[in-house]
Each structure stands twice: as C-alpha cells, then as structure tokens.
Write a protein that binds this ligand. Structure first.
Ligand code: AMP
Ligand code: MG
Length: 519
C-alpha cells in the first residue's frame, strides 16, 4: 500500500465547507465537506478486483493485506488521504430536489498513477452532511450488485466507474427492501469505487441554483483543466472553451447511451445526480439487464408507474439531463443558441453512433434501416432473450435450416405459431441476403457480431444467486462469476450456466426482475 501516492488536487484547489463532520447542513460557496468514514466492527474481504488494483499499482500482496482490508473498510486512513464528501443537487424523476450530495460516498483521496489521477471513494462508509434522513450505509446485496456490474461493464468495453473492493462490515443494517413496511436487518458492506472523477451533472446544477456564479466559473474551469485536458489545450477563449467542453460531455454521453443500448443495460435511476460528467456509468442501484427484449422494461419498482427510465427511453432522458446541464452553464455563456445547437448535435450524434452500433450487432458493414426496424419489431413478438438472440444469430447461415439455433433465445418456444416462424424465416432470408450484398462473408459477419454482442452479461438472477451464497458466507460463486465476466465475448468451457436465460423461478422473484431503490 506504500505505492499509493496521494495528490489531492480537488480538495486543495476548490473551496471547502468551513465546518467538518457529518452534522446535516446546507452548505454555501463550497464544493465539499471534510468527513471521515465511520469505523466498522468486523470487516471481512468478500472480493477485490485484480484489474482495478493494477490501475492503482497495487500488488497481489497489497490486495490480500490486513492494511487493505482496514483502509477500504473505512477503519484506517493512509498518510496523504483527505477524506471528504461532495455537494451536489439534482432532478429526481424529473423534479428538482435541491441539495443531495454524497450521502453515503466518502472520497478518500486522489492517487497519482502513470496514466493520471484516480479518486478512491468508499460507498456505504457512514454518515456525511448530505445523508439527509438516511444512515450512510449500504447492504451486501446492493454492494455486490454494484461491485460486479462495475467491473463487468469495464470488461464489456462500456465506460464506467470501477470497483476495487467489496468488504463486509460485520454489522447489520436495517432496510425495508420493498418499501412495504417490513424492515429487516441485513449484512452491511462497503465498496471502494475508483474513477478519475465522481463529478455529476448535479454538481453544476447545485452551484447554479444557488446563483454562485463565481464558484460556477471556478469549478467549471477546474473540471475542464483537470478532467478534459485536451479541451483545455485546444481552446483558450473562455466561452469557446465552455462550449467545446459541453459538446464533449454531450458526445461522451451519446456514446455511453449507445453502449447501454448495445448490451441491454437499464440504469434504472437516471436522475441528473446519477449522470457522470465524464460519460461513465455511475451509481449502480436498481439497474437491470434486458432478458426478453422490451424497450418499455425497467427493473426499478419505484419507477413502475411512470417508467421514466425504461430501456428505450434512456437516450432521450440523457438528452433531457444534458439540457439541465446547459441550463446550469447558462450564466457562463449568456446565450442560449449555441447551447441549443450542441444539444441538437447530441441527437444527431446519438443516431449516427446507434446506427453504426446496430450494423455491428448484425455483422453488417452498412446500417440498413428497414431490416433493423423489422428485427426490433420481431424481437417483441414473442419474449426473446436479447443477449442470446444476437449471439445465436451469428451462427445462422441458412434461413430455414438454421433458424433452430435461435430456439434457445425464446422464453416460450411452444407459443411460436406458424405465422411468426415464417415471419422470422423471411427476415433471416432478407438479412443473409443483405450481408451477401454487402460482401460480408459468414466468417467476417460472425467475428464482428461476436465482438459486439456479449455472451456473458451480469444477469439479474445470477446476481441474486451470488448474493444468496454471499449472505451465507460463501463467495465461490461470486469468484467464478467475476472470472467469467472478464471475457464476456468469449465462450468459456463449462460456464454455460452464466450465459443461460432467466429460469422460470426468477421471473417474479424480488432482486431478479424487480428491484427497489432500497440499498
Ligand atoms: P441515489 O438515489 O442512490 O442516487 O441517492 C440519492 C441521494 O440520497 C444521494 O444524495 C445519496 O447519497 C443519498 N443516499 C442514498 N442512500 C443513502 C443512504 N443509505 N444513506 C445516506 N444517504 C443516502
Ligand atoms: Mg446516486
């Protein structure tokens, strides 16, 4: 652990709340409050990521050391750390919620690495000034879900915050899992997250809402210089720089949305406080992975009525969130037109990137709108596992004899009638002809598809099985699953259970297809 060198540019440069500690308060003219993690009684290591550790220059010996356990449980601080929680606001489900802030995330410090700085952040390490009425803690089930998905996302090639460690605290935490008046004790846990920055859209919104324009300028300049050095280097004029940066944030967000649509990820709570300014997936809560392809699906029971954050709506919600960022930045720019233009570019960029991605998913060199739209409709005709469908499609070479390969993707194959079978075969015939017309050989098509369409995604029901075991102190399944998820595009012998579609018992089991925000 001695290899960790801290250089806390964020806390050194930006204004701090003069008060420290976790007493709840509204702050003014400051970005963060100093607050220490709450020590825990009996920490135990559940898992740590060798890949995230490597980013930080931590060795195998470090990862298994007592120091590692104590530091990332929140019991011990290393020299050079500067623990703090940051202040932000946000729109929750479309409504301005005022000050939120890191209610259970404590930044430990920024580590200097050869590839740049990385902030270490504990999630679930106790109260902060921003905990509002809650306890600042996290339970094992939600922490395991965040830990697994962060690392799985990375291996899938999707921008994300990383996860270094999953540590049980040895303490019990009270949660009403379904918000139905049945609170129960659950094992507590802490995840150490890693990212260059945990700044969200909500940070800018909060400062703008308080009309602290000087601070807005200082903070925006800081974020651009510290996190977007290419933008800073390319633009000296302040207004041009702000606009170029906003454009970059929009482009990154468009890219992120295309990735989510590619792999079938539903974030579940795309509030503006849960959107990273870096374009990374952040704050894994009641997220889910599409099983049956359904643009209207959301795993979040808290959003079941409105379904604001359903799968197919995510790109539009991201644009709405970026509009809120534009509103926050307005005082720095004083003109709406350039901001509106950039927001319009977001839509165009998203569409272009999405088309390219869909062409790749189908193994085509050029996007075909009619063919793609016919398929997206076909996938909703009968419950069809999105992940398995695209994987098996890569093996289809003949529309009639090979359509059997797709059987495994259907949740109710017995319900597929003659009309649907013929419709599928007609689509397959047209699809294979299109590939041929585009000079895509079967081999080239399959290679492109199998590097675009993952085989192993962190399916909700598998997470639940890993949680069931982990709650009994058995981490073997988690360990094996984490290894499989390191190579999501490569079939791995003996690991078919991690690619299998949702079994019937999981259809309505809590934690498998339905999750609340309680975590
Ligand atoms: P989320 O919906 O999880 O993004 O959280 C919204 C706000 O509530 C943020 O300020 C969180 O830090 C805070 N929060 C969520 N869960 C807790 C908790 N258990 N204790 C304290 N604050 C929390
Ligand atoms: Mg959040």
């Amino acid at each position: 652990m001695q290899s960790l060198v801290f250089d806390n540019v964020f806390t050194r440069t930006l204004p701090v709340d003069p008060q420290s500690g976790s007493k709840r308060r509204q702050i003014r003219n400051a970005l963060f409050s100093r607050v220490e993690p709450t020590p825990v009684s009996a920490p135990y290591l559940i898992h740590s990521s060798p890949h995230a550790a490597k980013l930080l220059g931590l060795s195998e010996a470090d990862r298994t050391s007592e120091n590692f356990l104590q530091v990332f449980a929140g019991n011990l601080q290393l020299p050079g750390m500067d623990a703090h929680a940051t202040c932000y606001g946000g729109h929750q489900f479309g409504n301005w919620a005022g000050q939120l802030g890191d209610g259970r995330a404590i930044n430990l410090g920024e580590v200097k690495t050869p590839k740049g700085h990385l902030m270490l952040q504990l999630k679930g390490a106790g109260e902060t000034p921003y905990s509002r009425t809650a306890d600042g803690l996290a339970v094992l089930r939600s922490s395991l879900r965040e830990y697994v998905c962060s690392e799985a996302m990375f291996h899938l090639g999707v921008p994300t915050t990383r996860a270094l460690s999953l540590i049980g605290t040895g303490e019990q935490v009270m949660r009403d899992m379904l918000y139905d008046g049945h609170p129960a004790l659950e094992p507590g846990a802490v995840v150490c997250r890693v990212s260059s920055s945990f700044v969200r859209i909500g940070h800018f919104q909060m400062i703008a809402a308080r009309q602290e324009t000087d601070l807005l300028q200082t903070f925006t300049n800081f974020v651009i210089e510290h996190e977007f050095s290419a933008v800073a280097a390319a633009h000296k004029d302040p207004t041009e720089r702000y606009l170029a940066w906003f454009e970059e944030v929009c482009q990154r967000t468009a890219t992120l949305m295309v990735h989510w649509m590619r792999v079938g990820f539903v974030h579940g709570v795309m509030n503006t406080d849960n959107l990273s300014i870096l374009g990374e997936t952040i704050d894994y809560g009641p997220y889910g992975w599409l099983e049956g392809f359904d643009p209207d699906w959301t795993p979040n029971t808290t959003d079941a009525g409105q379904r604001r954050y359903r799968f197919g709506q995510q790109p539009a919600v991201a644009q709405w969130n970026l509009l809120q960022l534009a509103n926050a930045l307005y005082p720095l720019i004083q003109e709406t037109e350039p901001l509106e233009k950039i927001l319009g570019n977001y839509a165009t960029a998203y569409e272009q990137k999405w088309q390219k991605m869909m062409a790749n998913k189908l193994g085509l060199s050029t996007y075909d709108a009619v063919l793609t739209n016919r398929l997206l409709k076909l996938l909703t005709e009968t419950e069809t596992d999105m992940t398995l469908f695209f994987r098996h499609l890569a093996d289809v070479r003949d529309p009639i004899t090979d359509s059997v390969f797709l059987q495994d993707a259907y949740y109710a194959p017995e319900q597929i009638d003659l009309a649907l079978r013929q419709q599928t075969e007609r689509w397959l015939a047209d699809y294979l002809q299109t590939a041929e017309r585009q000079n895509q050989s079967h081999g080239a098509r399959a290679r492109l598809m199998n590097s675009t369409n993952p085989l192993y995604v962190p399916r909700n029901y598998i997470a639940q099985l890993a949680i069931d075991d982990a709650q009994q102190g058995d981490f073997k399944k988690l360990e094996q699953w984490m290894q499989v998820l390191e190579r999501p595009y490569t079939w791995q012998e003996g690991m078919d259970q991690y690619a299998a579609k949702r079994p019937e018992w999981a259809r309505n089991r809590t934690g498998c297809s339905q999750l609340s925000c309680s975590s």
